[in-house]
Design a protein around this ligand. Sequence first.
Ligand code: SAM
Length: 262
Amino acid sequence: MRIDVLTLFPEAIEPFFACSIVGRAQEAGLVRIVCTNFRDFTTDKHRSVDDKPFGGGAGMVLMPAPLLAAVEYAEAQDSQDPVTRVLLTPQGQPLTQKLARELAQKPRLLLICGHYEGFDERIRIGLQPLEISIGDYVLSGGEPAAMVMVDAVVRLIPGAVGGEQTLDEESFTEGLLEYPQYTRPRNFRGMEPPEVLVGGHHKKVAEWRRSEALKRTWQRRPDLLRARPALLEELRQVLAKEGLPAPDAPTGEPAWMDTTDY
Ligand code: SAM
């Protein structure tokens, strides 16, 4: 896979791409990440990438010409594989594990980081990109979003994370959050892992993890379970076995799920 990142601040993100799983995936030849500064595609002596908005108002808007020239340059490099263009914007569809999985299958991605007040609308119209947001908040620039996206996608490329098992049970993989984890020391400030985890009985460990994942998802993200009747039924059986109230008893949503007071 090749990932191009168009940004005004390559120096802010290149070190991140050289570290950890993303860095190792690059070393292993699983992905190549190329950052391009679209200021290099300006034609005036001030190297301007932005200008005042038509109609007035605060802030500056990214002009279409330098960005589109940078896109054309980046896409002409390397293979002729189709490029999936991604505009990073708080107005886009939310980045989810499902979307990251889809993007991890693409041969080429091109991420565009905005800045200032954002993009001239003709950038969207001209490029017809996917528009992706990393959450309901506004960043000063798309660079943190590009780092988040690249990390979420690259770790899903087969071979990028050691031991595929790690990915199978991660949060969101099957619509569930992950179960609680413990490591050494066995006793930390009087707190111990549940007995089942140290008993060496693999089947019991797997059952405990599954029921904890179901209960944790129900407590923190009931929306995930409501969308999956089979998992909700499994939760019902787990709760019944443990003598706990049925999941359809009113529990209320976690307060942070309320989007009416933005
Ligand atoms: N004026 C824009 C608006 O209200 O929608 C926000 C512009 S923001 C200050 C500057 C840039 O940061 C955006 O063009 C985008 O590339 C990036 N950005 C900000 N928040 C983001 C988010 N939640 N997800 C992805 N990118 C974001």
